[in-house]
Design a protein around this ligand. Structure first.
Ligand code: IMP
Length: 427
């Protein structure tokens, strides 16, 4: 049996969707463990572009059971729309979905509060999908869980308990709130359609592992957006790290075999917050255009910059990475020299550690690596890559201390260099 956690090794948008989609080809179960509709997975299949926000990226493989686990916050209307869209394309989803009754629900008013708060001076540039308000309601123990809202006898009481405490705050920030009856009228038809998908996510995963099935736990966002280990307060409101899979699903850490970190060959970030290797002006613009770096959920232009090795080593440590996947290597074609951050100076001292608690006072130190001019999009083996591109990858492996399992050189499934089988590990 193999249980693999896939995590973003930067600030999200590393191309996890394509990699999970590839791994799901050989998987029996794909599991989303945290976050909500703030995620946007762009999948390209047979030339067609599909974006999912809540369903796991592995959903496109009809054999795989899709689990939405307890650590998620779920906008049920968006979920239903995604299920219907895939069904309209001929892919059955509901028969193989497990929706945890313990996941929390995001209602439209929580998204409205998120957007209203986002417009203020304290804004960190959220996706406006209601993630922060939903997780804070969960922590305050007034949240509405999927099981509560799908149970007609509990629904209205839980909605009242959720909405009423928001009245004063909502007025102050100019957001309007529904009454519990209005919210109930909104949720009832959605609940009726989703009810058959309810199932215990922890039990489903446990049974799959006992059957020796291959299970892929799919992280959303990236490690540097983790609530505890990211660049707080410029983070999302969930635990995006590998440990989040264990708490979010209800699976013990001893059941996990491999933890795969996905990193771009350079760096991007959307929203506000520190980004030490960011390129501003035309240098950033040309990387953005080459990589088509616009948010899948909000369409916002992504900030772009060079690879940050101290950050990647930090991410390898807090997740316990066993494998790395490097995406978008093809985008670096044409740079004569590729600068990479190899350390920082903080108050005049050089360090190879990522100075997560003093990023404002830290300056990146760069080393230049030789680039290449060849188009990489046709490469399928390491030997197909120019020597300098191979050196760039070997340099990342050596300095992060984690073997590279795959390299992505384009959006299509086929545009991938496989170095070793992630399910088996490097022999
Ligand atoms: P929230 O998750 O919508 O509350 O947003 C908090 C921060 O996380 C903002 O900086 C967002 O831009 C960022 N963020 C949330 N989800 C994603 C994602 O899927 N990709 C990249 N950034 C994200």
């Amino acid at each position: 049996m193999t249980a693999i956690i896939v995590v973003g090794a930067q600030w999200g948008d590393e191309g996890k969707g394509k990699i999970v989609d590839l791994l799901a080809e050989n998987a029996d179960m794909v599991v989303r463990y945290g976050g909500g509709a703030n995620a946007g997975h762009t999948l390209k299949v047979n030339g067609q572009k599909i974006v999912t926000h809540l369903l796991p990226s592995g959903v496109l493989h009809p054999r795989a059971t899709c689990v939405l686990a307890s650590g998620m916050v779920i906008d049920l209307a968006i979920l239903l729309a995604e299920v219907r869209e895939l069904e309209a394309r001929g892919l059955s989803v509901r028969e193989r979905m497990v929706l945890s009754p313990r996941a929390h629900v995001t209602l439209p008013f929580q998204a409205a509060i998120d957007r209203a708060a986002n417009a203020g001076p304290q804004s960190i540039g959220t996706t406006g999908r209601g993630i922060g308000p939903t997780y804070s309601d969960k922590a305050a123990r007034i949240g509405a869980r999927v099981g509560d809202l799908l149970d007609p006898t509990r629904c209205e009481r839980v909605l009242e308990q959720l909405i009423e405490p928001w009245r004063t705050r909502a007025r102050a920030i100019g957001a309007t709130l529904p009454t519990a009856e209005e919210a109930m009228a909104y949720i009832t038809p959605i609940a009726d359609e989703l009810r058959p998908m309810l199932g215990d996510a922890s039990i489903a995963v446990d049974r799959a592992l006992k059957r020796n099935d291959r299970v892929v736990f799919e992280g959303a966002q990236g490690t540097l957006l983790d609530l505890d280990h990211g660049t707080y307060p410029f983070v999302t409101s969930s635990n995006t790290v590998a440990g989040g899979a264990c708490t979010g699903v209800g699976v013990g850490p001893t059941q996990i075999h491999r933890v795969v970190g996905i990193t771009k060959a350079y760096c991007t970030r959307v929203g506000h917050g520190p980004f030490p290797t960011e390129l501003v002006g035309s240098a950033g613009d040309s990387l953005r255009e080459a990589g088509e770096e616009y948010g899948a959920t909000t369409g916002r232009p992504r900030r772009c910059g060079w690879l940050d090795l101290p950050a990647l080593r930090y991410v390898a440590r807090v997740n316990g990475l066993t494998d790395l996947v490097v995406t978008k290597l093809d985008i670096l074609t044409g740079y004569k020299l590729i600068p990479v951050c190899v350390g920082y100076t903080v108050h005049g001292e050089f360090t190879e550690e990522f100075p997560i608690d003093s990023l404002d006072e830290a300056s990146p130190v760069y080393e230049d690596f030789a680039g290449w001019t060849e188009d990489l999009t046709g490469a399928r083996t390491m030997a197909d890559l120019p020597e300098t591109a191979q050196d760039y990858l070997r340099m990342i492996e050596a300095r992060v201390g984690v073997p590279i399992a795959m390299v992505s050189v384009g959006a299509d499934r086929a545009q991938t260099v496989a170095c070793h089988d992630v399910f088996a590990g490097r022999s």
